[in-house]
Design a protein around this ligand. Structure first.
Ligand SMILES: [Zn+2]
Length: 243
């Protein structure tokens, strides 16, 4: 359960050097990202003998959410193996999940799936690949990527944080009418422990604060000033942008 919400974006992309050696001759950066995600899925393998009731719960929750967002009706659910996991796929209208998501309490499952649908709804793959393409417009070669690696790492990280916050907020708004609340987000996020900030993801505390602020806004309650002070919205607003 390394990252239930993981990577809608580019864990691999942050350190260019992490994946660079694996770029094949003539590949574009989009192809490298797509291939790295395909490899992650292949490493997980197919879902072997998933409990039918977990699969059914997954499908039911996914359909409940899509019923709230008709423009996502064509997004597919892809079942993969391994521990608790969900990921919005690059360049495809699909969300990959493990059968373990079917074993979560329903409200946590709804939030987890809604977050991934948020990445789809908000066009995050297009934005991410656009950023990468802007810096590495031609084939991936060390002599072309080394000079932009630092700035791309910083901008990629800022964009990834932004996407995570956006997917959290979008997903929460989508799922909330299905009778859930911030306490369900707490339950879900704490399954991976309290994580600090990482290059791709804001830490647990920031994410929960954002949802708490959102909940207050949605219900017309004041947002305590200390919440605002504790949460720096986007990594790109601060030192992380490098500009
Ligand atoms: Zn995400």
């Amino acid at each position: 359960m390394r990252r239930p919400f993981l990577p809608a974006l580019l864990a691999a992309a942050i350190g260019l050097s992490t994946w660079m050696p694996r770029a094949q001759a003539g590949e574009t950066i989009e192809q490298v990202l797509l291939r790295s995600q395909a490899q992650r899925l292949a490493d997980r393998g197919p879902a072997l003998n998933p409990p039918p009731d977990s699969v059914q719960k997954l499908r039911t929750s996914f359909e409940r959410l899509k019923a709230q967002a008709p423009h996502l009706a064509d997004v597919e659910l892809l079942l993969v193996g391994g521990d608790l996991y969900a990921e919005s796929l690059f360049g495809r209208r699909a969300v990959a999940v493990s059968a373990a998501v079917g074993e979560l309490p329903e409200r946590e499952r709804l939030l987890m799936l809604a977050h991934e649908l948020g990445h789809q709804a908000l066009g995050h793959w297009q934005a991410l690949s656009g950023l990468y393409h802007q810096h590495v417009p031609a084939e991936v070669r060390r002599d072309l990527t080394d000079p932009v690696a630092r700035v791309l790492g910083l901008e990629g990280s800022a964009l990834s944080w932004r996407h995570e916050f956006e997917a959290d907020a979008w997903g929460y708004r989508l799922a909330r009418p299905l009778e859930l609340g911030v306490e369900d987000a707490v339950g879900l996020l704490l399954r991976q422990g309290v994580l600090g900030d990482s290059p791709t993801h804001p830490g647990t505390r920031r994410r929960l604060l954002q949802l708490r602020m959102l909940e207050n806004e949605m219900t017309g309650l004041p947002v305590p000033e200390q919440f605002r002070q504790m949460q720096v919205s986007w990594r790109g607003d601060g030192a992380g942008s490098g500009r």
